[in-house]
Design a binder for this molecule. Structure first.
Ligand code: AQP
Length: 337
């Protein structure tokens, strides 16, 4: 058995709902690349999840390929690990149905993200939004993932996945691994530049609220210059009273590895102008190499599609094995091959 197979398995996904932001990068993608050294990783472009909110079809298609290219540009290794698009592995939906039949209406009704997203999109409170946590459980359980990197907003969904897995195992016998949440040591939650009490989101209608991974230098500098701060002029970390400045410090710390007291000392007596410029320059220096790599990869569409084809085949092999086992356990008739 190779070393890789003995490692714990991690599954994580990102929705192709737009161009990823600095938040996606510092909170997820940068860590995904690091996790490859210690885990057996499956990384998924979660296009089915994206459909819970109305998408422009052409954009969704383009974003799925562009996001794959970005994942390759940040260093995801598609040979050692598995990179795939969720809809390319139909077994996820198949398992999702069976899991839905083992999930209670009351459990889904308690999901806070459903309540939040329904409030945000009152014109489109669809069934997919309601059953989304079951599909997420399926994404995880189908690969028997040991660990799932989750932000705070996803802990309730992971808990539900564990409940569903535990219930299934109790009724039908040991089938699924109960996944654990994984909080990466170097993760950072990045807040909106215009409303720093809200997280930075790629689908925010205000383009000044986020830095996109594809923004050029001038745009990055301009957006940081416009970032909301406060009027006391001190670079000091205090998320409750100085959310804007604290957010910029979080970004600076994530790129430089400096501690908050070190950053406070560095900018003591200097105005926000100098501080914002330093944050912008550090960001540009860090993401420029990713952008160059992205351009190189995006020029080779056949390579990107080849990666996805291979990823889908390898993911489907693992997923189909689980689905076949589940069919047997729940009593679906299987014919001899
Ligand atoms: N602001 C953030 N700070 C840290 N991490 C973040 N993530 C997202 N925003 C931040 C992490 O990125 C991963 C992929 O997220 P996603 O695209 O699947 O969905 P999301 O969390 O809903 O991200 P967005 O950018 O806010 O997308 P939209 O606008 O479409 O809803 C996840 O690991 C997430 O924690």
């Amino acid at each position: 058995m190779s070393e890789l197979l003995k490692r714990k398995r991690i599954l994580s996904g990102i929705q192709p709902t737009g161009t990823p932001t600095l938040g996606n990068y510092l909170g997820a993608l940068r860590n995904w690349a690091l996790l490859q050294n210690s885990y057996d990783c499956l990384y998924m472009v979660a296009d089915l999840h994206a459909l819970t909110v109305r998408q422009v079809p052409a954009d969704l298609r383009r974003n799925s390929r562009a996001l794959t290219a970005l994942l390759l540009a940040v260093g995801i290794d598609p040979k050692e690990h598995i990179l795939f698009v969720q809809s390319h592995v139909p077994a996820h939906c198949e398992l999702s149905w069976i899991l839905a039949c083992n999930t209670q209406f009351g459990e889904l009704s308690r999901m806070t993200q459903f309540k939040d997203k329904s409030a945000k999109h009152p014109d489109n409170v669809n069934g997919g939004l309601f059953t989304y946590p079951v599909l997420m459980a399926s994404d995880i359980l189908i690969y028997n993932a040991d660990l799932v990197p989750v932000g705070q907003d996803q802990t309730q969904h992971l808990e539900l996945a564990r409940d569903i897995a535990g219930r299934f195992n109790n009724i039908y016998g040991e089938t699924f691994v109960l996944p654990e949440g994984y909080v990466p040591a170097a993760g950072a939650k990045v807040m909106s530049l215009s409303e720093p009490t809200k997280k930075m989101s790629k689908s925010d209608p205000n383009v000044n609220s986020f830095i996109l991974m594809t923004d050029d230098k001038d745009t990055i500098v301009r957006k940081f210059k416009r970032a909301v701060t406060d009027s006391d002029g001190m670079v000091h970390f205090d998320t409750a009273n100085k959310p804007g400045v604290s957010n910029l410090m979080t970004i600076y710390a994530a790129f430089t590895g400096k501690t908050m007291p070190e950053i406070e000392a560095e900018f003591a007596g200097k105005g926000y102008g100098d501080f914002k410029m330093a944050v912008a320059e550090t960001t540009v220096d860090a993401i420029c190499p990713v952008q160059e790599e992205l351009q190189r990869i995006q020029a080779d569409k056949a390579y990107v599609d080849g990666v996805l084809k291979d990823g889908a085949e390898r993911a489907a092999r693992l997923a189909n094995r689980t689905v076949s086992k589940v069919h047997r356990k729940v009593g679906l008739l299987q014919l001899e091959k």
